[in-house]
Design a protein around this ligand. Structure first.
Ligand code: URA
Length: 241
C-alpha cells in the first residue's frame, strides 16, 4: 500500500497531512528516509515518523474539544507555540485535529486517529456543515448578507452557497453578530468572506461541526464522542463501521 495511506490508516494524520509529513522528510522506511507519498510499503516494513515507530493497530479514539483561542490546531508546531494537543494531557493515543481552526478562533474541533474518517470529514465532496458565530465590525444589511450567502469571489474562486443570518447587533459600538453555516472549509474562509463583504471579523467561534456542539463543554475541555455520535459521523460520509 502507498505510504501516505499506510500512515493515515495507522492514525498518524489524514492522508493529505501524511503527504506533507513525508515531503518534510520525517518518515523512514526500514531506516531510509522516504521521498514520496506514493512509496509502496508492506505491513512487515519498519516505518517511523520523527524516529517513533508507527503501530498499525492503535485503538481508535474520537474526541470533541472546545478549543480556546491562543492554540494552533496542528499536531506539531515548528515555532514552539501551544497546540491543541497540549490540551489533551490524558490521551495516550496519537490523535490529530480534523481540519483546522485559526489560533484566534475558538470552538468545536474533532480530534481522532481515524484517518479515513478525518479525510472524509474535511473533503468538500461530503459537504459537512460547520456553523460559526462571527462578531464583525459594521452592521450588514439584508442585501449584502444575501450576496454573501449566494457566494463571493475570493482569490478568483466563488465560495459555495452558505446560510448567513444576522443574530444580534450593537448600533452604539457598530458591531454585528453573524451566524454562518458553511459546507466547505477553505483556509480562513469566514474571515475572508466577511472582509470581502466589507465587514472584518473581530472574533470568531465555531459552535457546531457536523452536528456536534460545544454548548456543554467548558472552553479548553474535551470529551470522548458517544458511540451513536461516532456512528452518525460514519453515516454522514458513507463509511461502514
Ligand atoms: N474560517 C476562518 O476564517 N477561520 C477559522 O478558524 C475557521 C473558518
Amino acid at each position: 500500500m502507498r505510504l501516505a495511506k499506510y500512515l493515515a490508516d495507522a492514525g498518524i494524520a489524514s492522508r493529505r497531512r501524511a503527504e506533507d509529513i513525508i515531503r518534510q522528510k520525517r518518515v523512514k522506511v526500514n531506516g531510509f528516509t522516504a521521498e514520496l507519498p506514493q512509496t509502496e510499503v508492506e505491513e512487515s516494513d519498519n516505518v517511523t515518523v520523527d524516529g517513533k515507530k508507527v503501530r498499525g493497530s492503535e485503538k481508535k479514539v474520537y474526541l470533541l474539544l472546545n478549543k480556546p483561542t491562543g492554540y494552533i490546531s496542528t499536531a506539531v508546531d515548528t515555532h514552539d507555540r501551544p497546540t491543541v494537543i497540549d490540551l489533551l494531557k490524558k490521551v495516550k493515543e496519537r490523535v490529530y485535529p480534523v481540519g483546522r481552526l485559526d489560533a484566534d478562533t475558538s470552538g468545536a474541533l474533532i480530534l481522532t486517529n481515524d484517518g479515513k474518517l478525518a479525510y472524509r470529514l474535511t473533503h468538500p465532496r461530503y459537504g459537512i456543515k460547520k456553523t460559526y458565530r462571527a462578531l464583525v465590525k459594521g452592521i450588514p444589511g439584508k442585501k449584502i448578507l444575501d450576496k454573501m450567502a449566494k457566494g463571493l469571489l475570493i482569490e478568483n474562486r466563488k465560495t459555495a452557497p452558505a446560510e448567513i443570518k444576522l443574530i444580534d447587533r450593537d448600533k452604539k459600538q457598530n458591531l454585528a453578530m453573524l451566524q454562518i453555516v458553511l459546507t466547505e472549509g477553505k483556509k480562513r474562509q469566514v474571515k475572508k468572506m466577511c472582509s470581502a463583504a466589507g465587514y472584518p471579523v473581530v472574533q470568531l467561534q465555531r459552535i457546531n461541526f457536523a452536528g456536534l456542539t460545544v454548548d456543554e463543554l467548558a472552553v479548553g475541555s474535551y470529551r470522548v464522542l458517544k458511540a451513536d455520535e461516532k456512528r452518525r459521523l460514519y453515516d454522514m460520509v458513507g463509511l461502514k463501521q
